[in-house]
Design a protein around this ligand. Structure first.
Ligand SMILES: [Zn+2]
Length: 469
């Protein structure tokens, strides 16, 4: 019998990792599905340092659903520890990975430089990074890009097909046919399923055949606010900021959310509803990803692109003429001199680092400023403090009074809500076994109950649980 072991994204939304032991025609084979980074807090991130051990040498293939770090961010560590086999992903994921992993290695090296300076003063030994740029280069060389819908043969006579998951550029649902006990068993892994309402991405493909389904459950406990309501609120906030003569700050995640916000700003601009004269995208990584999205516009939702009435190729400024891409630190610092009328999109998405922190320092004490939160803010981050209405916060070592107005817009999400998850699950014929992954326990239990009402039985696996296919 072939088996699957749950090694990550169990009762949590990061660190995706599933091991497949395939009972092949002549000998056993080991394959890995996902190799994600644990994110959010020291304790959780400590899990990233645990060595892969013998597994790195035993694996014959890695399959990857998409380029987000919580799914792909430990690949260079696997390679550093000796994995030399192929990494199967979609072609767009391979290109996105190049941006994501180079940045991850860079940020890691920078953080470690600070930490090691402190450790050396305290007489402690220096820490090693999980991986460096050389490991990333090798990882990228091992990527084997594939198109959606094209079957690929993996070791052990396993067949792989990617389907569009509509979550971010290149994101895929993974379909595997695996020999097990003399039969072929069909395993479908949802990857991260997109939100059909969100701009630019296509609707997640439905799959009808499976014996076993691993389904994400990030928003298993709720539906998102309808997008049109969110967009109206967004437009109103922009209007008010313009009337008050203040800047609008949008902390944004580099992949997906940034491009979606730029899309909505473009639509408002073309409708003549955007009064601001300057939009800054102030993040070198988000700029690179935005340019990739523009180059890959054929993979995006054609209906959304039609709204812009332009073939969005080359410079993203073509569809938002007032967009300024600020790559250098000098250009970024120059924005600080602007006291009103600008929209500033900068990372990090949770305000826990990056250029947004500097903009907060200059704008948070002005009552005319609008801070627009468009993504999830984890506990312990500056973004979370601001969302929860903190009156004073520490920014870059300085205590600031929060006079800016903070708006949280809940309708921008790159994940399917509960109803969409149930709809996707309901498309399978023949009652496959469902396992809920990639979700916090409350969300998983709520989804399990809602699926049950829809006549679908789903289990919540435990860490290291092993199941037979
Ligand atoms: Zn994702």
């Amino acid at each position: 019998m072939s088996r699957l072991t749950f090694l990550g994204a169990v009762g949590e939304v990061t660190g995706s990792r599933y091991l497949l032991d395939v009972d092949g025609p002549s000998r056993p084979h080991r394959l890995l599905l996902e190799c994600g980074l644990h994110q959010g807090g020291r304790e959780l991130e400590g899990a990233n340092a645990v060595p892969f051990g013998r597994l790195a040498g035993q694996l014959e293939a890695v399959v990857l659903s998409h380029g987000h770090l919580d799914h792909a961010g430990l690949l260079p560590k696997l390679v550093r520890e000796g994995y030399r086999g192929p990494i199967h992903c979609t072609a767009d994921t391979a290109e996105l990975l190049e941006i994501m992993l180079v940045d991850a290695a860079f940020v890691m090296a920078k953080d470690l430089e600070w930490e090691n300076r402190w450790r050396s003063r305290a007489g402690k030994p220096a820490l090693e990074p999980l991986y460096d740029e050389d490991d990333v280069v090798r990882t990228l060389e091992q990527c084997e890009p594939h198109d959606y819908g094209r079957p690929v043969t993996l070791p052990g006579d396993v067949t792989l097909v990617f389907r569009d998951a509509g979550h971010i550029l290149g994101s895929a649902i993974v379909e595997l046919a695996i020999p097990s006990g003399g039969q072929r068993r069909r395993l479908v892994f949802s990857g991260d399923l997109g939100n059909p309402a969100s701009a630019l991405m296509k609707t997640p493909e439905k799959v009808h055949e499976a014996d076993l389904v691993l389904m994400e459950s990030t928003y298993g406990d709720r539906d998102h606010r309808p997008l049109p309501d969110t967009l109206e609120e967004f437009a109103r906030v922009l209007d008010e900021a313009h009337a008050d003569g203040g800047n609008v700050l949008i902390p944004a995640f580099a992949v997906g959310r940034t491009q979606e916000i730029l899309y909505h700003l473009s639509v408002l601009y073309h409708e003549g509803r955007l009064h601001q004269q300057m939009v800054f995208l102030d993040s070198p990584m988000a700029i690179r990803v935005t340019e990739l999205y523009a180059r890959k516009h054929k993979a995006l939702d054609p209906d959304d692109l039609r709204v812009l009435n332009v073939a969005a190729h080359g410079d993203p400024g073509q569809y938002l003429p007032i967009l300024r891409l600020t790559r250098s630190v000098e250009e970024s610092m120059a924005i600080n001199r602007i006291h009103g009328g600008a929209i500033i999109i900068a990372g990090a998405g949770m305000c826990n680092g990056g250029r947004i922190v500097h903009h907060l320092r200059y704008n948070l004490e002005r009552p005319s400023t609008r801070l627009v939160i468009v993504g999830f803010q984890a506990r312990g981050t500056l973004g979370r403090q601001l969302v929860e209405g903190a009156e004073r916060v520490r920014v870059l070592g300085e205590e600031l009074a929060v006079k800016a107005r903070v708006h949280t817009l809940g309708g921008f999400s790159a994940h399917a809500g509960q109803s969409e998850l149930i709809g996707w699950a309901g498309a399978f014929r023949d009652h496959p076994r469902f396992y809920l992954v990639h979700g916090e326990p409350e969300a998983q239990r709520a989804l399990q109950a809602a699926l049950e009402e829809a006549g679908i039985q789903a289990e919540i696996p435990a860490y290291r649980q092993r199941i037979e296919l």
